[in-house]
Ligand binder design. Sequence first.
Ligand SMILES: [Zn+2]
Ligand SMILES: [Zn+2]
Length: 353
Amino acid sequence: MFEKSGIGMTNNFSANNIQTSLPKSMKAMVMDVAGKPLVSKTLPIPLPAADQVLIKIIACGVCRTDLHIMDSELPDPKLPLIPGHEIIGTVVQTGSGAANFKTGDLVGVPWVGYTCGYCKYCLREQENLCENALFTGYTIDGGYAEYTVAFQKYCFHLSPQYGSPSSAPLLCAGLIGYRSYKMIQPHAKQLGFYGFGAAAHILIQIALHQGKEIYAFTRDGDIGAQAFATGLGATWAGDSGVTPPSKLDAAIIFAPVGDLVTKALKDIDKGCSVICAGIHMSDIPSFPYQLLWEERLVRSVANLTRKDGDDFFDLASEIQLKTETRLFPLQEANEALAALRKGEIHGAAVLVM
Ligand SMILES: [Zn+2]
Ligand SMILES: [Zn+2]
């Protein structure tokens, strides 16, 4: 259960696209230092730069990456930091050069918040690897707040069907899951998902739509997650240490557990891939070359490109993707993060402003 915040908004727009009735301050959940709970603060509403928009946030998803940042598993965050990189909101003000958007537009903001456009990676269509990238809710402020600014280059126009909090997880769990899925070989039919959380519960809908079979691996004994997976159409679900009933054509690892890489290599067939979808993982244990032999592949997936986003939202509209979410009020961000850490969330946790 949650309550809406009491900030009053009107539709009073001035001629230069600035909402005159914006409040002066906003509530935000802030990480002052890593390793400590987030602190509720009242902060000035940020001003958009020329190529940015100001967004009134509807909801922001809670991602495992937020835990990695808070646990110092990702280095050098902006401090103090407003976390959160699965933002759904409405544009309430546009910078002088942010001509792609107007007030009232529904937008989504993902993990990648900025890329330079001129480094060697940007120039060869690998902007997901940009040397000068900025990351939402990590190296720039994110969505655990009532308002945020975002570079227009990395705001996605969303159709009205995505205006509810349940759409927030599409912005990372959906997008990164989709990029991981694009890395499997075209012939792959039987897919293993290792960790059945926010990303897997979205991706299974795409995979089933495209005729794949899903084998879901969960924490040992997590009957609830296994039932969740089979309820969504998984062919099989079981503990991560168990050998699946048939050889897999691809494995996508969502859980941040390095041991799963060697386990997945044992589960896949010759010439198939293990895709590591997470941004952080515990060490991968050494393993005999025999596991990699016969042209098995192991690769990671990093960040996303704007094309991933465009392709994903096209597909999402075609399939009518659904998410299972547990909603928390913004002020309960710490509780949401704790529930995610304990594996208590089936689907995705979302903060609602
Ligand atoms: Zn994420
Ligand atoms: Zn770049």
